[in-house]
Write a protein that binds this ligand. Structure first.
Ligand SMILES: [Zn+2]
Length: 258
């Protein structure tokens, strides 16, 4: 299941330091509700909430055991509506250059389009297996999660999920090899992994052309990644068709509010 967390300002700042698939979060006293509108669980931060980033191993183990015993499959997603800064590709590249590889994680919006989306060539290049307990990507050879060491092998399973590299382009340039993964990819493509696997080749090509070069409002998270070819790791958090008026106002440099 997909979960969303609703945060106050302080929590948003804290959450900016989290690295997807690396940071372990322990949150106590959060209000958990089922959000009928989004069809998912929502975690709301209340005044009593305590969030611990990367807790001690013992705590993390307790958390993993708890998840295992309750057969919960939680993954938290920042509510992307909280992200308001608009950037051009050029601005992001300049920021990265100036930061000398020490860029703080950055959330924002690009008005641009997906310029490369290879989903119709080789299925193995767009799907990776994830751990059903912690949702981390597992290695192809072992197909078992190395993070959930406290979970018995029988309780561990994996599932296929999207992990697509796309290029994002606007009028100032291109960000190469951005991650379009998991639930965000399903939302963007408008189909689940299972539905995708049922598609014929020409249907995959049609799906690709439905999304390619369409002016979109793209929410992203950017982190510096010295090991990565471009020095930048960009994860797409949401990609939807842009409202033309909103996009042009943004290009004119006007303030833009919700
Ligand atoms: Zn795991």
């Amino acid at each position: 299941s997909t979960c969303r967390a609703v945060w106050d300002n302080e929590s948003i700042q804290l959450a900016q330091s989290w690295i997807p698939q690396e940071t372990v979060i322990f949150a106590s006293d959060v209000r958990i509700n089922f959000d009928k509108f989004r069809n998912c669980m929502t975690a709301t931060v209340i005044s009593k909430t305590i969030i611990t980033t990367n807790p001690e191993t013992a705590e993390a183990n307790v958390l993993f055991s708890f998840i295992k015993e309750n057969t919960l499959n939680l993954s938290f997603k920042l509510v992307v509506e909280a992200v308001v800064n608009v950037y051009t590709v050029e601005q992001l590249k300049e920021k990265a250059l100036q930061s000398d590889g020490k860029l703080e994680p950055l959330h924002g919006i690009i008005y641009g389009y997906i310029s490369t989306l290879d989903i119709d060539e080789n299925v193995s290049r767009v799907l990776r297996n994830r751990c059903s307990v912690c949702r981390f990507i597992v290695s192809e050879e072992s197909n078992t999660c190395t993070f959930c060491t406290d979970v018995s092998p029988e309780a561990k399973s994996t599932f296929a999920s999207f992990d697509i590299l796309v290029d994002v382009t606007d009028h100032t340039g291109t960000l190469h090899s951005c991650y379009l993964s998991d639930c965000v990819a399903e939302e963007t493509l408008g189909c689940t992994v299972q539905e995708f696997l049922m598609l014929e080749e020409e249907q995959k090509t049609a799906l690709k052309w439905q999304l390619l070069l369409e002016r979109s409002k793209i929410y992203f998270k950017l982190t510096s990644s010295p090991n990565w070819r471009t020095g930048l790791k960009v994860n797409l958090l949401s990609c939807k068709l842009a409202d033309p008026v909103e996009a042009s106002q943004s290009l004119l440099g006007r303030d833009w509010n919700y």
